[in-house]
Design a protein around this ligand. Structure first.
Ligand SMILES: [Fe+2]
Length: 253
């Protein structure tokens, strides 16, 4: 099983502070059924700076630790890039696509809302042949207020990742309800852990897939798993046409 969004590299962001917690997280990932994990340290979020070369080097180093410990987990380079006005100025030098394949980029919106330049950013990325993946929109105030912004962004060429813990209700009722509506309306393409530790923000990918299979059918889980595998290989993926959400149905207003 492939997890496309996680914070497992120690000491670079709000993930594990030391190598001991890194090992603990790696063991937890394996127990959760994960074989391949894309490490996505924050970049340009106003607190953490993790340009691509730093991440590539860290992955090489920490993969060796896993081998030495005999932990059967492959870690891959990635980055969670905050939508930032200077992101295109520093793009070639600092930005890292998922698994370094040059095809998919994990894009984080600011917590408070959706900046209007998101449409321009998606357009510019598509011109570069890169598919932006909007990270956890179900936890974003702007998307909560106007979920059909995602419908527009998907039409503009973006894809969407929802967090496993949101599906399970660990980020509250609103995030859970919105996750379900987005899944139902074909506006989700990936489920990922966004794990930061082994306690409050661990791996619960297996549990989320089980819940999705029970609530929406196994086809949805199969679709998300296949997409994560395709992403890891840098392959193109097919998806269904999204359906706009009618506000009355959403039940959050
Ligand atoms: Fe994250």
């Amino acid at each position: 099983m492939v997890d496309i969004h996680s914070h497992i590299i120690p000491g670079v962001d709000d993930g594990p502070p030391q190598i001991a917690e890194f090992i603990e997280m790696a063991v937890a990932a394996v127990s959760n059924g994960i074989t391949d994990l894309i490490a996505t340290p924050h970049h340009m979020n106003g607190v953490y700076e993790n340009p691509k070369e730093k991440i590539r080097n860290a992955i090489r180093q920490y993969q060796k630790y896993l081998q030495n410990e005999g932990i059967p987990l492959s870690i891959h380079p990635g980055q969670e890039l905050r939508l930032h006005r200077d992101m295109f100025k520093l793009f070639e030098k600092e930005v890292l696509t998922l698994n370094d394949k040059g095809r998919y980029l994990l894009l984080e919106l600011s917590a408070g809302g959706v900046p209007p330049n998101i449409h321009h950013a998606v357009y510019e990325l598509r011109l570069k042949g890169i598919v932006p993946i909007i990270a956890h929109p179900e936890r974003n105030k702007g998307i909560e207020e106007e979920p059909n912004l995602l419908y527009e962004l998907i039409h503009e060429g973006a894809l969407v990742q929802v967090t496993a813990a949101s599906v399970l209700g660990n980020f509250g009722k609103k995030a859970k309800a919105l996750s379900e509506k987005l899944i139902e309306h074909h506006m989700v393409h990936f489920i990922a852990s966004d794990a930061h530790n082994c306690s409050s923000r661990g791996f619960s990918l297996q549990e989320a897939y089980r819940r999705i299979s029970a609530d929406f059918g196994r086809n949805f889980t199969a679709f998300y798993k296949t997409n994560a595998e395709a992403l890891l290989m840098g392959e193109k993926l097919e998806h269904q046409e999204p359906v706009p959400i009618r506000k009355k149905i959403l039940g959050l207003f």
